[in-house]
Design a protein around this ligand. Structure first.
Ligand code: SF4
Length: 74
């Protein structure tokens, strides 16, 4: 019998961040460094806390970490 994965919640506030501007390459890499070493990052680079795909989310100014590891850029 095939095991089903639990459904992940989608953080719609996080998704609206996709409509904002992008951060610099340095900020993107700094954020990604945090996520890459975070225990909540899944094998598919998805955050278990917000359900977002972090390789994309770290690019946007209004995006933020749901547990406060990194924040929005004003
Ligand atoms: S957004 Fe925050 S909780 Fe999610 S993987 Fe990145 S550092 Fe971890």
């Amino acid at each position: 019998m095939k095991q089903q994965k639990p459904k992940q919640k989608i953080d719609y506030k996080g998704l609206t961040a996709l409509l904002s501007g992008k951060v610099s390459d340095e900020t993107e890499m700094e954020r990604w460094d945090y996520c890459e070493s975070c225990p909540f990052l899944s094998e598919k680079n998805r955050c278990d806390q917000c359900g977002c795909f972090m390789r994309v989310k770290v690019k946007f100014k209004k995006a933020f970490c749901p547990i406060g590891v990194w924040g929005k850029e004003e």
